[in-house]
Design a protein around this ligand. Structure first.
Ligand SMILES: [Zn+2]
Ligand SMILES: [Zn+2]
Length: 133
């Protein structure tokens, strides 16, 4: 696991209060959050600062984008938490993390078979949760 402080230092970025708070919020949340979600939680930080900070985090590889249908959310990258995928309920938005070693093996095998070098992948399953099926 990388340290946030080290990543910021190595790229010559100061750890400002908003940056510190946004990183902590994403760490604590344990599920992907949208810019709107973050702005609502971090009431003292305005939306454009949240947006700029998240974009910087994506650039530095601290966070990554997660697409749920037409909605983009953000979560800490694989350097800062264990690699996983998500299930999301189309009705209520409930997000559940998926950890599946077999799935990862199949994805890597499929990439290799097609003659590609694997860099990264994205996979989110849109469904209906237990209360909405
Ligand atoms: Zn649901
Ligand atoms: Zn995966």
């Amino acid at each position: 696991m990388d340290s946030f402080e080290k990543t910021m230092q190595d790229s010559n970025h100061h750890i400002t209060l908003p940056r510190k708070h946004i990183f902590a919020m994403l760490s604590d949340a344990d599920v992907p959050m949208g810019v709107g979600d973050l702005t609502a939680e971090l009431q003292t930080i305005d939306r454009s600062t949240v947006y700029r900070t998240i974009e910087l985090f994506v650039e530095l590889g601290v966070t990554k984008k997660v697409w749920f249908g037409n909605e983009t959310k953000f979560e800490l990258s694989d350097d800062f938490q264990e690699h996983h995928h998500h299930l999301v309920c189309e009705q209520c938005g409930l997000i559940t993390k998926i950890f599946n070693k077999d799935l990862e093996k199949i994805l890597l095998k499929t990439t290799k078979k097609s003659g590609y070098k694997h860099l990264r992948h994205q996979l989110e399953i849109i469904g209906l949760c237990g209360s909405h099926r």
